[in-house]
Design a protein around this ligand. Sequence first.
Ligand code: TGC
Ligand code: FAD
Length: 398
Amino acid sequence: MRKTRRRHRVVSLDDLIGLEELITDEERRVRDTIRRFLADKYIPYADEWFEKEIFPRELVPEIAELGVLGMNLKGYDCPGFGEVAYGLAMMELEYADSGLRSFVSVQGSLCMYPIHRWGSEEQRQRWLPKMAAGEVVACFGLTEPDAGSDPGAMKTRAVRDGDDWVLNGAKMWITNSPQADLAVVWAKTEGNDPRSIRGFLVERGTPGFETPTMRRKMSLRASDTGEIVLSDCRVPEANRLPGAAGLDGPLSCLNQARFGIAFGVIGAARACYDTTLAYTQDRIAFGVPVAKKQLVQQRLVEMATGITRAAVTVIHYGRLKEKGILTPWHVSLVKRDNVEMALETARSARALLGANGIHIEYPVIRHMLNLESVYTYEGTHEVHTLILGRALTGEDGF
Ligand code: TGC
Ligand code: FAD
């Protein structure tokens, strides 16, 4: 007699992570509100915006209303959420597209954070409320044509002239720069010494400030990327961030953004997993759904395991951050590992969709291409290996 096959319960990623036990009701509400907004306003158009290199600037006021700009900063009309709520928001944003999460990371972690932490009271009052409301969009200029992984080698200079500083130099690969109203620019003020690096707020319209767009990216196409060209660009001393000195200034901002990325990429990985699970349950080959095949299941298991490991680690680190005890080494570990996990997940997803895996109609190839940028920016995978290697051994491998 033929044995009847029992259908088994399908376990969700949230069940595997045990997510409901790890987050609070408020964090869940924040996540769900953002999820609903993106399902309506972003995800249906994500493929088109990627294809046509469009960042939907008109959505910025609504994105701001969600409370995600400067989300974990307090005062000055900033939303003031906790670190895990901030991370879950990044996860939702990157489920939609890494370019959207990039916009929010740059605005909040790389531009509002330094003003909040290193700025004068006047700078905070002037800029932070407008940035939280999305009325002022900002960009962060650290990388240069000849200084990426090694920002201490930057050539941009700021020379004091009376009550002003005169800036000369070029930044490239700058997210949001073509549309930014304000740029946080890092420059050396004394010879070639990285300890003389200072941060300056350069306002759109300042003579000698240009932001040409960089086109033809095959990744993060829905994110606006450009240069910052500074030619005798004069800014008042009142626009220097008074508390920032040396590489510590920009690197402390990167700690914030890298933490958000470690959450965000789980969203991209989940989008790939969700698509692939549904696809393989539907797609028939050799007379059965391909999800029935052991080799396919093995890949799905590896994807789900990676996502679970990444989520548990980063939520734990989020709680450490809320206690004020998260270190840059924790951040390097989780940026490095979670981005690699997400990229591997996206590559597996691409393979499991067969030919459809390379078609923009499915989100997988878009996420895979986006994650190549995330692997490189905010410290490449190799840079984080060296930061951790140095922390573990005490030996400098740079
Ligand atoms: P090193 O000797 O390690 O440090 C120099 C000074 O900086 C301090 N420092 C930090 N401070 C705060 N947080 C950190 N994570 C820090 N790491 C180092 C350090 O204490 C020291 O201070 P002091 O006072 O003793 O002088 O520097 P190094 O020359 O060996 O360089 C190594 C380093 C850390 C610069 C390198 O590992 C690194 O991180 N390179 C990566 C550069 C990078 O991430 N660039 C990102 C640009 S922004 C971007 O990509 C945005 S993409 C946004 C988007 O679209 O989402
Ligand atoms: P390089 O530093 O030239 O590195 C080349 C290769 O060498 C890499 O594989 C690297 O890992 C490896 N390498 C470097 N040093 C070592 C070493 N010591 N040992 C072993 N291997 C090493 N920057 C900003 O300032 N603001 C932004 O908003 C911003 N947005 C970005 C958006 C996008 C889409 C991209 C792609 C980049 C963005 N960046 C931004 C720049 C980004 O931070 C840099 O690209 C990154 O830091 C790496 O620098 P690089 O490209 O010059 O690579």
